[in-house]
Design a protein around this ligand. Sequence first.
Ligand code: XLS
Ligand code: NI
Ligand code: NI
Length: 435
Amino acid sequence: MSFFADIPQIAYEGPESGNEFAYRHYNPDEVIAGKPMAEHLRFAVAYWHSFAWEGGDPFGGRTFERPWFGGEMADAKVKADAAFDLFRILGQPFFCFHDADVRPEAESYAENCARLDEITDYFGEKMETVGTRLLWGTANLFSHRRFMSGAATNPDPEVFAYAAATIKANMDATHKLGGENYVLWGGREGYETLLNTDLSREADQMARMLSLVVEYKHKIGFKGTILVEPKPQEPTKHQYDFDVATCYGFLKRYGLEDEVKLNIEQGHAILAGHSFEHEVALAASLGVFGSIDMNRNDYQSGWDTDQFPNSVPEVALVYYEILKAGGFTTGGTNFDAKLRRQSLDAEDLVLAHVGAMDLCARGFKAALALREDGGLETARAARYAGWDDDLGRAMMASDLGEIAERVRRDDLRPEPRSGRQERLENLVNRVTDQI
Ligand code: XLS
Ligand code: NI
Ligand code: NI
């Protein structure tokens, strides 16, 4: 019997529905703003949280009992059967995975590659029958003990070599499955203590790895986007890909800013002391916005708790920025989110996604309504209008002496003007309340 037993396929029933196993806002085929909702949102299930994670925390081990928790390839296939069953139940357009989520770890690199090949061939068949596509693939370069001191930034070049070879295998697998992006999250690319760390060397090593990835992408004709995922800390004390601004500086320094974009995660933004919408807006303004990992942190814990999102207003502001940037191209909304360890049942896994997809759909509709209302952009344009006038243009073209002369000549006495924050917050609430 299937792990999800008789859980029905989830259908859209509209906002009035009281059926737990139905979408109330996510109507994948409904065309809004020119395309079906499914194509705007591009939802994905994260294989690692939903199928590989065992429910452990720092004080206790496995709480989940899953029929695929064994170390054999046969278990990996049972896991894949369950995963694609979930994708079918949800009508999920995409999924994402690391190599370590989908195949048991072998003794050698060669055997790891053979296993990855075998399981991804199995995926290929299932993707065709279920219709779920690959949003992105990635390599897990942080769980195995060989990576404890980093992958690309490891002091030992043997580890760099092993990591590079592993990335190659994962890029091949992603390419084979028609993946739309390839992600690099620098799990242990950072340090525990500066006392044993050579910052300059590690930056050069990391840039070398990323350049190799870009070069290989072109060599194999992979048309997807290479995405780096910022995070400021955890598991290392300090991660190099701290936040969007830091990543952009790094890409610029090594001339990679036209080749690499960013995968931005809510929980990581919060850990870095930013809002999710700040990170998305900044990436968009720098031309490196790629995709999102949607989740939420517990705001009190100071930890990347990877919970499913549950705040419409927060999600709405993020989709507002994404819409402003022109929407997703190769990116999408990946639920990098896991159940709480007491949520043991198959139904919990399904309903977590149903709720999150519905919530995101609602936030997305709110964002669209805000775009259509236009009030925020009118206010923003009015606030900066002076820069389109003669004086504003002159500021961009004059030197300090000329500017000083002009201030003296025109006897400028600038007066502060209201930023109208509360009025804008009211506008957001007024428009989004109607969704
Ligand atoms: C961990 C990261 C990870 C990446 C993929 O915090 O979010 O899950 O998304 O390696
Ligand atoms: Ni994360
Ligand atoms: Ni993530």
